[in-house]
Design a protein around this ligand. Structure first.
Ligand code: SAH
Ligand code: SF4
Length: 359
């Protein structure tokens, strides 16, 4: 059964009409759901009781049970372990930015698009745990509303950004991800500017091409991790499906079509992909593109042989790239102590238990 968050605006209008109500009731319901973040139909006091009863029977709120929430970075990073209706576990992270160091006061939610992930990246805890299933758009929206609600209740900063950088490969669940994006962006929905939404992909070329044709200008991030095909295939076992030259060609077309900058993510691993030669090769690969490279020193996962390089080596990699005209930054990490940092989301209680004993 679909949930309220699964329905698009016209679909909800049709539902309301079929239930005998006037269309404008759909707007009222959306306002309660997406502007006021209510958790049940009971709170929608201007909607007739009979319609509320029908809605809660046929279009319930999705069942996203917060099993635990743990915090880090002085409460600026919060990770939730969420149990879905069928028992699958996912994780969602809220990242607040200290207003003292960031005057814009952003509040970013990092959402999961799948339970698990089929891509198998060797450095990623989610990839190592394997694939379970796609999330519905309602389950994606539900992760965001959950944090929007608690921020509203605690008087915290309203959500400003959403990044699809949690568990899963969003381009492998394109339909549901896009449906969620449309609801997020809809003025009657969460009213989030498209440019404040970023989809990160490990390089699924059809997804990149499809995104280039969408009218909503969401951000695209592409996880590269290697400047050459053999190394990339070692790090991402499924990478042979979309070879590096095809990914780069799709990104160049994307830029030509949209005039938007692409972000490349490069997870830096000591002795694997962090040499100055590799930095040069990466600069050659990205030559002339409107882009930005996010260098992410790898976060620790179960595989102890994958480590981040030291600071000097990280900066040498960055300097080489920058000196060849490629804009790049080393990502400031958040949430490492609670395993909420990139690639550490695994959707099991184990990481939570470890984080709790460590506190
Ligand atoms: N599947 C998509 C989006 C989710 S992963 C993708 O791969 O892009 C989000 C980001 O976390 C990716 O850039 C990924 O490379 C990064 N990541 C994965 N494991 C990591 C780790 N152990 N340390 C740092 N970043 C990691
Ligand atoms: Fe999947 Fe992204 Fe993790 Fe790779 S890095 S396994 S694509 S979630």
């Amino acid at each position: 059964m679909p949930s309220l968050y699964d329905l698009s605006w016209p679909e909800l209008e049709r539902f309301v009409e079929s239930a005998g109500g006037p269309r404008y009731r759909a707007r009222q319901v959306w306002e309660w759901a997406y502007h006021r973040f209510v958790a049940s139909y009971d709170e929608m006091t201007n909607v007739p009781v009979a319609l509320r009863a029908r809605l809660s029977e046929e279009l319930p709120f999705p069942d996203l049970h917060v099993v635990t929430e743990i915090t880090a970075d002085d409460n600026l990073t919060r990770k939730r372990l969420i149990r879905l209706a069928d028992g699958k576990l996912i994780e969602t992270v809220l990242m607040l930015y200290d207003p003292r160091s960031d005057s814009r006061g952003r509040a970013t939610v990092c959402v999961s698009s799948q339970a698990g992930c089929a891509m198998g990246c060797v450095f990623c805890a989610t990839g190592q745990a394997g694939f379970e299933r796609n999330l519905t758009s309602g389950e994606i929206i539900g992760q965001i509303i959950g944090f929007a609600r608690s921020q509203a209740q605690s008087g915290g900063h309203a959500l400003t950004n959403v990044v699809f950088m949690g568990m899963g490969e969003p381009m492998a669940n394109y339909r549901n991800v896009w449906r969620a994006v449309e609801t997020l962006n809809n003025p009657a929905g969460m009213r989030m500017a498209a440019r404040h939404i970023t989809i990160s992909t490990v390089g699924l070329v059809p997804g990149i091409r499809r995104l280039a044709d969408e009218s909503l200008q969401v951000g695209l991030a592409v996880s590269l991790h290697a400047p050459d095909e053999p190394l990339r295939e070692r790090l991402i076992p499924t990478a042979h499906r979309f070879p590096l030259p095809d990914i780069i060609a799709a990104c160049r077309d994307y830029i030509a079509k949209t005039h938007r900058r692409v972000t490349f993510e490069y997870c830096l691993m000591a002795g694997v992909n962090d040499s100055v030669e590799q930095s040069r090769a990466l600069a050659d690969l990205l030559h002339g593109m409107i882009c930005h490279v996010n260098i992410i020193p790898v976060n620790p996962t179960a595989d102890a042989s994958i480590r981040r390089p030291d600071r000097a080596r990280t900066l040498a990699f960055q300097r080489t790239l920058a000196s060849r005209g490629v804009p790049c930054t080393v990502r400031v990490e958040k949430g490492v102590e609670i395993s909420a940092a990139c690639g550490q989301l695994r959707g099991d209680t184990q990481s939570i238990a470890v984080a709790q004993t460590a506190r």
